[in-house]
Design a protein around this ligand. Sequence first.
Ligand code: SAM
Length: 283
Amino acid sequence: MSIYTTLKKASTRPLPFEHYTAKDLWNDPHISEQMLQYHLSPDLDLASRNPEFIDRSVAWMAKRCGITPGKTVADFGCGPGLYAERFAKLGVQVVGIDFSESSIAYARSEAAEKDLPIDYRCLNYLDYDSNEKFDLITMIFCDFCVLSPVQRSRLLSIFHRCLKDDGLLVLDLFSQHGFEQQKECSVYERNQLNGFWAKEDYYCLQNTFKYEQEKLLLNKFTVITENDDVREVYNWLQSFTPETVRAEFARSGLEVVDCYGNVAGDDYSQNSGEIAVVVRKKR
Ligand SMILES: C[S@@+](CC[C@H](N)C(=O)[O-])C[C@H]1O[C@@H](n2cnc3c(N)ncnc32)[C@H](O)[C@@H]1O
């Protein structure tokens, strides 16, 4: 591909959710190892939040949702099990679901070492077809927002099927206020994020697109390595307000009971960068 064609393709705005590259992002051998380091770094809130926040979050979710020993929790997109382990230490039965092989391998070895009976499953949560029922389902770090409307509707029907009648779902979402703070931009950088994208030397072209009508953000990364490999990664982020999340969940038979500023139960305000919701089945 000529330089002109590569640059033109990199700066082309796709249709909303035209490409889904999550699997490449989380399962590429090199990138997923880098991601794992980000998850585990206590100083970087890039793939997971910091340990103090996670401690506070699990304590709050357990209290808010009445999660006591023997109850069941499913963590969708559990990553290396940072929340799952803390729930298991409370005597809860935990299922962790994630399609990143390196995260699940790490989570399993940690659980074995700490003697925590966590059931980790390496699979795409959009294909989760079990009929198990849980007291609490979690999905944390705004992972719901990377999905298209069709994928979100599919996932909500999975949540609906897997929640006990009095069970609760807790997840966090990118807020419309957060969306409004973002600007469209185009940058290029050699070895962006210190070798995150490839083992070899590379240039990364990052284009940020805003879709005003849909209130949708896209960070599109085009990585060109010294071997002339070109890879595109699409990082979609759908933003929500309390009203839009209520309406979307209601269409899947789910009711938002409360909104917070994060999954540690801090207050929600118009200026919050995210919205955390506690959800139950419609009665
Ligand atoms: C931003 S990370 C958050 C991880 C974890 N919830 C935390 O906060 O520490 C998103 C996680 O979701 C997983 N993931 C993304 N899409 C997925 C899918 N379709 N099926 C299963 N896991 C997925 C990724 O592998 C990654 O571990």
